[in-house]
Design a protein around this ligand. Structure first.
Ligand code: SF4
Ligand code: SF4
Length: 221
């Protein structure tokens, strides 16, 4: 009789009219705030690059797909505020698993991820993004490469999820951010994470008859 019970569940869900799947690519679901997509290399509000070429991102990458070489900043035209800058920076998207460990390791918030995941290549060279391609443009927005399909909002909140994290993931740091400003965006608001206020409750319909109304909640409202 077990299979009959199973069919009952299937039939119940079928008749409920609920739709779980969407007609991708015509319909696209809203991406979560912490979605990990194509990386960007960020710049400060004055246009200076945030990357200091420290190679921590390359060291932590489990897929070994980042290649960085730092160089001393030219004294007459420094690229970053530090002593050094990311002279060569490459990410191989044939290997990246979008774990975001590079983002967590970066001490200057230079590398973060956008929401873009719809990009494909016809040759291996295009899959290896260079510093020039990853660097945000003069408006602070990611560059749009010919093989990328950017959608509304994909370039927003490129570093949103990281600001809600803290050493050891302590919830005491949620809603606090110490991030520097980003070209084109300024200092972004901290993501609220789990402490975000709950959505407004639906207004309750007035009870037809008060006789049977009991407050069973232990919360003592
Ligand atoms: S997201 Fe993960 S796999 Fe991809 S480059 Fe960063 S550390 Fe490497
Ligand atoms: S992106 Fe960040 S971690 Fe990687 S080399 Fe640049 S400053 Fe260092």
């Amino acid at each position: 009789m077990g299979f009959l019970a199973g069919f009952r569940v299937t039939l119940k869900e079928f008749l409920s009219g609920k739709t779980i799947t969407t007609m991708y690519p015509q319909e696209k679901r809203e991406k979560p705030t912490r979605f990990h997509g194509r990386h960007v290399l960020n710049r400060y509000e004055d246009g200076m690059e945030k990357c200091i070429g420290c190679e921590l991102c390359a060291g932590v990458c489990p897929a070994r797909c980042i290649y960085v070489r730092g160089a001393d900043n030219p004294t007459d035209a420094p690229v970053s505020p530090g002593e050094r800058f990311g002279f060569v920076y490459e990410i191989n998207y044939l290997r990246c698993i979008h774990c975001d460990l590079c983002v967590e390791a970066c001490p200057t918030e230079a590398i973060t991820e956008s929401k873009l995941f719809e990009f494909s290549f016809t040759n291996r060279q295009d899959a290896i993004y260079t510093r020039d391609e990853l660097l945000v443009g003069d408006d602070g927005h990611p560059q749009r490469l010919p093989w990328e399909d950017w959608r509304e909002g994909d370039d927003r909140h490129t570093s949103g999820w990281v600001r809600a994290t803290a050493p050891a993931g302590s919830s005491a740091f949620e809603g606090r951010q110490l991030w520097s400003g980003e070209l084109g965006y300024g200092v972004r608001a901290a993501e609220q994470g789990q402490t975000a206020p709950a959505p407004e409750p639906e207004p309750e319909a007035a009870p037809a008859d008060d006789h049977d109304h009991h407050d069973d909640h232990g919360g003592g409202h």
